[in-house]
Each structure stands twice: as structure tokens, then as C-alpha cells.
Write a protein that binds this ligand. Structure first.
Ligand code: NAD
Ligand code: UDP
Length: 335
């Protein structure tokens, strides 16, 4: 039995679907602050297996004690958290409370109930503005906003926990830019209000819900002047969690992995790929750079390939095609 916090969210729901498909049993804990309960039925429809669902908060120690007493968890995959960079600048305390205090409360419950196997959702944002590319896991860490600092603090907390007690087995996964949706079109990313991230924004422009894309700067030191990121299909990312769990079954200690494709694409390349996948023209305008943005960021994903036997499989066309199917089905309708 695996406990998945944040399991009705974007990455969590895809991971739960893959876990169930691989014959694992799952309990989801989610407070639904950024997702909705019917994701559980959608996962069941996709996989034919039903995950258990507990609505609640990772900061609720009594609820955690109840869950850990009731189920014999083999491991925890910890997705729950807040993730909007801009919002974290405006409401830092909410981010430290939800992400850092929430994670501390969860790890405390794990310790009390002797469940010491953990896969944690970190982010490439912990690298800050990279000095060299591609990014290896041993690159210097430097978060540039409160969201990133919460991820860095949790990573550091986990290092201390692993150092203090060798019974802990921890995989810290640093995600690059997850995009796309399940091929069924039943689960995907459902941002609240106007999207901040590139792909959901483009998808809504293609669907006619937003007028045009604003490209944040075309004067970066990149071949076409627009920002470069390492976009990874969310199902590839989900599969990385299963590989990490398998790895922890055989290896002790703390392990850090980049989960990316190793391939960077510019904003304009993404726009063109989405136009091809959707058959729509996506109007855009160039506007000034977004404060805090970096020029380029892409992974050296060779450590995950070597140690986990994991490599991203989906190309950009598939990522955009799946995002478009989700958009056309019911994606991004806020309830
Ligand atoms: P998401 O918002 O779709 O999912 C997070 C889920 O956690 C939501 O369902 C939300 O309701 C739940 N949640 C939040 N706070 C909670 C709390 N205190 N108690 C219980 N549930 C809570 O986000 P996502 O994109 O699926 O991201 C999952 C994780 O991956 C997050 O930790 C995020 O920081 C990390 N991450 C995401 C990205 C990305 O681009 N999506 C990139 C790097 C890292
Ligand atoms: N971007 C853009 N317009 C948007 C949203 C994003 O030009 O409306 C650019 C952004 O400047 C960056 C890339 O798209 O170069 C990816 O941005 P996103 O916010 O999706 O991811 P992150 O910047 O967090 O890696």
C-alpha cells in the first residue's frame, strides 16, 4: 500500500494511475485545495482499479496518525504542496506553512509509524539561474523565490533525516517542466483562473478561450531569443516515480534525480509544435521579460537513466497532442 499525498493533483493523479496499472494499492490524501474529488472516479475509469481517497491536510497530525494506524504503508509519495511562484512571492507564509510545515508534519508521522520510504516532488527551480547546462544533480543550488526556497528547505530537511537515521530511504526527484495529459483525455492539468505556465496558456489560446499568447522576451541569449525549457510528458514523469520506488526497495540512503528529457525547446518551438498538434493558429505578441525568468534550463538526465533505468519516451508532438485532447475534452474547466 502506497500513500500518495496530493494524489488528485496534476502529477499525482497520473502517478496514481500508473501505480494502480502496475498492481500497487494506493491511498490518496488530498485537501482538494487545487484539485477535485471526481479525479478519483476518473482514475478508476482509466485503470479499472479504485484508489482509496482521504480528504484532508498533510498538516493535520491527528489525521495522519489515524491513516498510518489504519493502513500498513510501504512508502509515501509526497506531491502535496502549493506551486505557484508568483503567489509564493505575495503570500510567503502560506507557502512555508503548507510546504515546509506540511512536509515536517508528514515526515514526523512517517517517523512515528516507522514508514521510512519516501519519494519527494522537488523541482528544477532549486538550481536557480544555472551556471552551466545541462544541469547535473551536483550543480549548485540557489532558489530565487519563496516557492523554490520551500523546496530547497524540504530537500535539506530530508538530507538531515537520512543522515540521522540510516533506516530512511528517500528519492528526491527534481522535475523539469511537466506538460501534456493522460492519453485517455480524462485527467490533466486544471489551472485555477488564467494559467501562469506556458502550455496551459497556449492550449487555451488554441481553444479560443484566451486571445493571444504573450511571449515573455525575445532577447534572451538563445537561438531565437525566447526562453528554453526541458518539457517532459507528465506520464513519463509519473513512471519515474515507479522506478524510484523500485530503486528504494533495493537501496538505502538518499538519492537525488533530475527527471527531464535532456532536450530544451524554446517558447517559439513549443508554439509551433502546438500549432501542428492542434491544427490551430496561435496568435502571439512579444512582451518584456517576466521578472525572475531565466534564459535556459534543461536537465542532464543520465543519472536517472543509469541508476533507475528510467528515460523519458514521449516526444514534443505527443506532449502537445495529449494536452490538446485534454483541452478539447474538458480540460481546464473550473468547477
Ligand atoms: P497540483 O496543485 O496539481 O497538485 C498538488 C495537490 O496537492 C493538489 O491536489 C492539492 O489539492 C494538494 N494539496 C496542496 N496542499 C495540500 C495540503 N496541505 N494537504 C493536502 N493536500 C494538499 O500540482 P502538481 O503540478 O501536480 O505538483 C505536484 C508536486 O510537484 C508539487 O509539490 C509541486 O511543487 C511539484 N512540482 C510541480 C511542477 C509543475 O510544473 N507542475 C514542477 C516541479 C515540481
Ligand atoms: N512563457 C511565456 N508566456 C507565458 C508563459 C510562459 O512566454 O504566458 C515562457 C516563460 O518566460 C519561460 C517558458 O515560457 O521561458 C516556460 O514558462 P513556465 O512558466 O511554463 O515554466 P518555468 O518558467 O517555471 O520554467
Amino acid at each position: 500500500m502506497i500513500l500518495v499525498t496530493g494524489g488528485t493533483g496534476y502529477i499525482g493523479s497520473h502517478t496514481v494511475a500508473e501505480l494502480l496499472g502496475a498492481g500497487r494499492e494506493v491511498v490518496i490524501l488530498d485537501n482538494l485545495c487545487n484539485s477535485r474529488a471526481d479525479v478519483v472516479e476518473r482514475i478508476t475509469a482509466i485503470t479499472g482499479e479504485q484508489p482509496q481517497f482521504a480528504q484532508g491536510d498533510i498538516r493535520d497530525a491527528a489525521l495522519l496518525d489515524h491513516l498510518f494506524a489504519r493502513h500498513k504503508f510501504e512508502a509515501v509519495i509526497h506531491f502535496a504542496g502549493l506551486k505557484a511562484v508568483g503567489e509564493s512571492v505575495e503570500k510567503p507564509l502560506e507557502y512555508y506553512d503548507n510546504n515546509v510545515h506540511g512536509s515536517m508534519t508528514l515526515f514526523g508521522a512517517m517517523q512515528r509509524h516507522a514508514v521510512k520510504r519516501l519519494v519527494f516532488s522537488s523541482s528544477a527551480t532549486v538550481y536557480g539561474d544555472p551556471a552551466t547546462l545541462p544541469l547535473r544533480e551536483d550543480a549548485p543550488l540557489h532558489a530565487t523565490n519563496p516557492y523554490g526556497r520551500t523546496k530547497l528547505m524540504i530537500e535539506q530537511m530530508l538530507e538531515d533525516i537520512a543522515r540521522a537515521d540510516p533506516a530512511w530511504r528517500i528519492a528526491t526527484l527534481r522535475y523539469f517542466n511537466p506538460i501534456g495529459a493522460h492519453a485517455s483525455g480524462r485527467i490533466g492539468e486544471a489551472p485555477n483562473g488564467t494559467p501562469n505556465n506556458l502550455l496551459p496558456y497556449i492550449a487555451q489560446v488554441a481553444a479560443g478561450k484566451l486571445k493571444q499568447l504573450s511571449i515573455f522576451g525575445d532577447d534572451y541569449p538563445t537561438p531565437d531569443g525566447t526562453g528554453i525549457r526541458d518539457y517532459i510528458h507528465v506520464v513519463d514523469l509519473a513512471l519515474g516515480h515507479l522506478k524510484a520506488l523500485n530503486h528504494l526497495a533495493a537501496h538505502s540512503g538518499l538519492h537525488v534525480y533530475n527527471l527531464g528529457t535532456g532536450q530544451g525547446y524554446s517558447v517559439l518551438e513549443i508554439l509551433r509544435a502546438f500549432e501542428r498538434a492542434s491544427g490551430k493558429t496561435i496568435p502571439f505578441q512579444i512582451v518584456p521579460r517576466r521578472p525572475g525568468d531565466i534564459a535556459s534550463c534543461y536537465a542532464d538526465a543520465s543519472k536517472a537513466a543509469r541508476e533507475l533505468g528510467w528515460q523519458a519516451q514521449c516526444g514534443l508532438g505527443e506532449m502537445c497532442g495529449d494536452a490538446w485532447r485534454w483541452q478539447c475534452n474538458d480540460g481546464f474547466i473550473r468547477y
